[in-house]
Design a protein. Structure first.
Length: 139
């Protein structure tokens, strides 16, 4: 069994001399490895992915909160597990981030990371979140 990326991200900054779009674009898609041979079609109006009988199995959602826009890609667990079985793969998700205070004197911040995995027929595994305080010793 081997692991594949689950999502492929496309970003367009809308800046520079070679810009063919006037506004920034961000798009999340299921990875090529998951889509190739799955027989899904993408709805051009909302970005959802459906089977040949019209069943939606992947959904793209955009939400808004005070800190900005959140893009989420949701897949039906039944479809995803079947696809992983077909590909003889497991899904691994890694998260790395940091929280910074809103200040011009950035001397302390928090880093965090976490991983999760899914193998067909098993419950998802989630590693305990790792976190640490970082200090800039040369402010």
């Amino acid at each position: 069994m081997y692991a594949l990326p689950t999502v492929q991200e496309y970003n367009w900054s809308a800046s520079g001399y070679d810009c063919s779009l006037d506004t920034p674009v961000h798009l999340s898609l299921p990875s090529h490895q998951l889509l190739d041979g799955a027989g899904l079609r993408r709805d051009p109006d909302n970005g959802d992915w459906c089977t040949s009988d019209g069943t939606r199995v992947v959904r793209v959602l955009t939400g808004h909160r005070p800190t900005g826009t959140i893009d989420t890609l949701l897949a039906s667990r039944d479809w995803l597990e079947q696809r992983l079985r077909t590909l003889n793969t497991a899904l691994i998700l890694g998260l790395f981030g940091e929280r910074q205070p809103r200040t011009t004197d950035l001397t302390r911040w928090r880093e965090y990371s976490q991983t999760a995995g899914l193998q067909p027929g098993h419950e998802p595994t989630v590693q305990e979140q790792l976190t640490r305080i970082k200090v800039n010793r040369n402010p």
